[in-house]
Design a binder for this molecule. Structure first.
Ligand SMILES: *Cc1c(COP(=O)(O)O)cnc(C)c1O
Length: 422
């Protein structure tokens, strides 16, 4: 495989951009080797600057549920661009997208548009604090909620130890109000709630975790979170930046039957453009300025081009009622191929992860996920890439199946899995 142009670009990028990339995981640090630079992408394919073609299961880390460059989305975006790129004033599109989100997702009454998932979760947490008048929040080890200061935290060793930030540059004070529990472990949540009675503004959770590999909630876990938050006057925030419009039109709320007080969206809702959202109960969302005292704003919030990509994507998902059944079924085929090779597979709908660890174990939380063999994963990743298949360059990312992954390409991928997993 010729990668001369990518190599040259990466060399230059490293001189101009920290690590040569604008988001760390793109650097291929966990799998060795160097990233390819993308020329273009179409449907299931991503094509690099050297002309190599890969079947893409990263899908821009989640947005690409329709595959790349869906003709309807591209057409709509081209058309709206001609009217101007940004106005900083309201447009009809924002109302339409808000209506679509409220229609698709049960229990969302009002919604605010922002530009990234990070912003959406950061803002939802601020609203929860403003609404409850409390400072502390509970998050789960291995759940990712973007890179805002207060959310880049996991417990040092076990949940009873003092919370420490995961990143340099995060003041210890911020981390102190972020308590960390163990995913799928009710007792860890109950203990934190008891020790901090009357002080917890929100529990924020990925309803189906997908940033430590895919880790679905155990039966009853979300129901438990729903109940304990209600009993304590704490808000429940579902971070649906990945699961929203992915597991079902109504996201995890529809998929699991449990809904939160606030939900955050990103990735798919922007249809490939920088757009995200947070919303929920009207009385809670009424805390947001200009109605209430919780300030949150954005120069490019509700950007007309991004909004158009989002609207068009959601409309396609609404009109094509077979789409979720198709992508789920294709993900099931991949699941079977990994299982045949003895891997532990977690799957929720079209999201799946194969964990490289000895058979018989299951992955229910971050500690479990950390036990897997990252070296074996790196070998598999590179063998897949050689066979023209691009999976995320990290054990802890999901594999995303899109509607552009035809049965034929899925079968081809299954064969590659058989050859690539030792
Ligand atoms: C990707 C992600 C975010 C952050 O979204 P960005 O748009 O990258 O800022 C937040 N929460 C979850 C669950 C995510 O997967």
């Amino acid at each position: 495989m010729n990668t001369a142009k990518s190599q040259q670009l990466f060399g230059k990028a490293k001189e101009l951009i920290p690590g040569g990339v604008n988001s760390p995981v793109r650097a291929f640090g966990a799998v060795g080797g160097q990233p390819f630079f993308v020329e273009r992408a179409q449907g299931p394919w991503i094509i690099d600057v050297d002309g190599n073609r890969y079947i893409d299961y990263v899908c821009s880390w989640g947005p690409g549920i329709l595959g790349h460059a869906h003709p309807r989305v591209i057409e709509a975006v081209k058309k709206v661009c001609e009217k101007g790129l940004t106005f900083g004033a309201p447009t009809a599109g924002e109302v339409e997208l808000a209506e679509l989100i409220c229609t698709c997702v049960p229990h969302i009454e009002t919604v605010r548009l922002v530009s990234s998932g990070t912003e959406a979760v950061m803002s939802a947490v601020r609203v929860a604090r403003g609404y409850t008048g409390r400072d502390k929040i509970i998050k789960f080890e291995g759940n990712y909620h973007g890179h805002s200061d207060g959310l880049l935290v996991k417990a040092g060793s076990g949940l009873m130890t003092q919370s420490v930030p995961d990143s340099a540059g995060v003041p210890a004070g911020y981390a102190a109000s972020t308590l960390t529990a163990v995913y799928n472990d009710e007792e860890s949540v109950r203990r934190l709630m008891e020790e901090n009675r009357g002080q917890v503004a929100a529990i924020v959770v990925e309803p189906v975790a997908a940033n430590m590999g895919v880790v679905p909630p155990k039966k009853g876990f979300l129901e438990f979170l729903r109940q304990i938050t209600e009993e304590n006057g704490t808000l429940l925030i579902f971070d649906e930046v990945i699961t929203g419009f992915r597991l079902a039109l109504g996201g995890a709320a529809e998929y699991t039957g449990v809904h939160a007080d606030l939900h955050t969206f990103g990735k798919i809702v922007g249809g490939g453009m920088p757009l995200a959202a947070y919303g929920g109960r009207r009385d809670i969302m009424s805390c947001v300025a200009p109605l209430g005292g919780v300030y949150q704003a954005g120069t490019l919030s509700g950007n007309p081009v991004a909004v158009t990509a989002g609207i068009t994507t959601l409309k396609i998902l609404m009109e094509d009622t077979g789409i979720y059944e198709r992508i789920d079924r294709r993900a099931t085929k991949l699941e079977a191929a990994f299982k045949e090779k003895g891997l532990i597979v977690n799957r929720a709908g079209s999201l799946l992860s194969a964990f490289f660890m000895s058979a018989g174990r299951c992955v229910a939380n971050y500690e479990d996920a950390c036990r897997c063999d990252r070296g074996a994963f790196a070998d598999y990743f590179n063998r897949m890439l050689e066979r023209g298949i691009y999976v995320a360059p990290s054990q802890f990312e999901a594999m995303f199946v899109s509607d552009a992954h035809s049965d034929e390409l899925i079968d081809r991928t299954c064969r590659a899995i058989k050859e690539s997993v030792e």
